[in-house]
Design a binder for this molecule. Structure first.
Ligand code: CUK
Ligand code: CUA
Length: 634
């Protein structure tokens, strides 16, 4: 047979062959990709999958949420290098909203409006971020729906999102640290502290000294006050810090360290057989800060408690090398570190930590199990029935195992702690079950965030979607139900109940969101809700206008070339979902103005001429007519 022209569709006779070739190609490329990721790791053996069996199960279990019905759970997704948070429904996996945080966002004007710039502060100069982890504030170990907290690995920031309006209201750059990676919250008595891990080691302060002397490079652990969003204190540690978590007693936090040797090259980081989990004693650290037992670095005032070597504040528990995830069981008893390069997880009994800090027991005594789970264990989650679910990155599997049985096995009993292994597609990182980050884990749904999708979706060029897979864990067996394509790159997600998420649909006019515009208007003697006026103050011009569908309060305003113009728009509509926008053609200005909200934006009118402004949200039958002219005099 002559080779077929790839530009031409296959003939009916060629069709089976073409499909066969496609399958072979995809499997081969999947193998290549896996080998690249796993390095020299052993065989993967996980590409045997049965699409027809999966399809059958899909029909059996019901994840379809019919039109007009609501989901049973909210999911909050991080987005990695996209820098935003996404809001999904579970189990439908429908995406409802995106909350811009570290990114520049076109529709809402995030990163351009005065309100968002005030939140971002000096760090607004960065238009990107790397948001790996999102967590909801706690009271007594349960989600309380006040805030979501997130971090930026790229530009070393921690931010807070108001759950009621799903907008970021605070952002703080963390001094002394270099790349905030792990982020978790104090669970008990409440949040409380937001804990952030400084991942990369750098000189302290990092001001040009010690460039060629890595022995002077360090990491710090940061506690931010979740109420004020100010850095409360830091702990100077040995090694580096990867993922973190807080326990359910409120006294301890713990972080994994994959670079205990503080190496700066790959081979240096891989040197020793063991790395560690470092545990922090929060009350002792607070006491040291109160007593002034700390140092500061550079030009910031943040108290840094020395937690290196032997000290009252930290304990370094040796575990197999390069651990990654750090998860707390919902019963409050254990912290579980994912082995990554070791096929094991290390189970730490948190009830033994007080004795460890009083030096009554040895460091390894608190490790009560080290089950062998498979290749590349990264993160674990829980069903509230005593089982853990751990992602195996290299094996492309999720392993369900029983924690108490693993402990019995470690004590020498002949019990099998593995319950099931399930193929996922492919290379899973984070894993999270419904409410599993709280004491209310309910064991219904499991999300597995796979890093590679390879052949699971229609191809979209070289950059593939991630694959967030939905698994039913309500029965004895895990059942894979849904492939969820996701753009770069959700590392993590949490799943909570709708009653834990209370949002407003129409702004209260007293909302602090536009505090800056409110103050400015007061100084100008302007009432935002009623006035449509232009105030000139030298070459600064402030334009106040209202918006009521389908009209702005002003059909034109006049400024001079070179003026610094601030436009303040107040949406007077009270109807749910009736958002307006404000955009100026050829000026690159665009922002949201939701019901009863005030939004403002400042720019220089650098080009003379007529520039139409218009509404960007389809708000009315006459939405297209909702426009006006900015007249810029030369
Ligand atoms: S890390 Cu991404 S898979 Cu940044 Cu939580 Cu483990
Ligand atoms: Cu207002 Cu469209």
């Amino acid at each position: 047979m002559k080779p077929r022209d790839p530009q031409q569709p296959p003939t009916p006779e060629e069709e089976p062959l073409a499909n066969e070739g496609r399958r072979r190609f995809l499997v081969n490329s999947a193998l290549v990709g896996t080998a690249g990721v796993a390095g020299a790791a052993t065989g993967i053996g996980t590409l045997s999958r049965s699409p027809s069996a999966e399809a059958a199960r899909h029909e059996a279990a019901d994840i379809h949420v019919p039109p007009g019905q609501l989901d049973d759970y909210y999911g909050f997704w991080s987005s990695g290098q996209t820098g935003e948070v996404r809001v999904l429904g579970v189990p439908s996996m429908r995406e409802f909203a995106r909350i811009p945080v570290f990114n520049r966002e076109s529709a809402t004007g995030w990163g351009q409006t005065n309100e968002s710039l005030a939140v971002m502060g000096e760090s607004a100069k960065f238009q990107n971020g790397d948001l790996h982890h999102v967590h909801m504030s706690y009271t007594d170990g349960k989600y309380d729906g006040r805030y979501l907290f997130v971090h930026d690995k790229l530009n070393t920031r921690i931010a807070r999102i108001r759950v009621d309006i799903m907008r970021c209201d605070k952002m703080v750059t963390i001094p002394n640290a270099h790349a905030i990676h792990g982020l978790r919250l104090q669970k008990v008595p409440r949040t409380g502290y937001v804990f952030g891990n400084g991942e990369m080691i750098v000189p302290l302060p990092n001001d040009g000294r010690h460039l060629d002397a890595p022995e002077h490079y360090w990491s710090v652990f940061t506690a931010v006050d979740g109420d004020t969003m100010e850095v409360a204190w830091q702990v100077w540690v040995d090694g580096n810090l990867d993922n973190t978590n807080a326990d359910y007693s409120g006294r301890f936090a713990a972080s994994t360290c994959y670079n205990s040797e503080r190496g700066v090259t790959l081979s240096e980081k891989m040197r020793p057989e063991r790395d560690w989990v470092v545990v922090f004693d929060i009350p002792r650290i607070e006491e040291a800060v109160r007593l002034g037992n700390y140092v500061t670095f550079g030009d910031n005032e943040v108290p840094v408690v020395d937690g290196r070597g032997e000290n009252p504040f930290t304990r370094y528990i040796p575990i197999p090398r390069s651990p990654h995830g750090m998860n707390a069981t919902p019963d409050g008893k254990y912290l579980i570190a994912g082995g990554k390069l070791s096929p094991t997880c290390s189970v730490i009994d948190t009830r033994m930590l007080p004795d460890l800090f009083d030096d009554r027991i040895g460091l390894r005594d608190v490790v009560v199990a080290e089950p062998e789970l498979g290749l590349g264990p990264l993160h674990s989650t829980f069903d509230g029935r005593g089982n853990a679910y751990t992602t195996l990155f290299i094996d492309s599997q999720v392993v369900k195992w029983n924690v108490e049985d693993a402990i019995r096995h470690y004590q020498g009993e002949d019990v099998n702690y593995i319950r099931q292994k399930l193929d996922v597609h492919y290379q899973p990182g984070h894993i999270n079950a419904s409410l599993a980050e709280t004491s209310e884990a309910d064991g219904k749904w499991l999300m597995v965030l796979s890093k590679f999708s390879k052949d699971r979706f229609l191809p979209v060029g070289p950059l593939h979607a991630e694959n967030d897979q939905l698994i039913d864990i309500s029965g004895e067996e895990m059942v894979l139900l849904h492939d969820g394509p996701a753009f770069a790159e959700p590392h993590d997600c949490i799943i909570c109940r709708p009653d834990q998420v209370n949002t407003i649909q129409v702004f209260d006019r007293n909302d602090p969101w536009w505090e800056g515009a409110r103050r400015m208007a007061a100084e100008d003697g302007v009432t935002l809700e009623t006035d449509n006026t232009v105030i000139r103050d030298g070459n600064k011009v402030r334009v106040y206008m209202t918006a009521v569908a389908p009209e702005y309060g002003m059909d034109h305003f006049r400024v001079k070339q070179g003026d610094e113009v601030t436009v303040v728009v107040t949406n007077l509509d009270r109807i749910e979902d009736l958002s307006h926008g404000f955009a100026i053609i050829n000026y690159g200005i665009s922002m949201e103005v939701n019901p009863q909200q005030t939004s403002s934006v400042t720019f220089v009118a650098d080009k003379p001429g007529v520039y139409w402004y218009y509404c960007t949200w389809f708000c009315h039958a006459l939405h297209m007519e909702m426009a006006g002219r900015m007249l810029v005099e030369a």
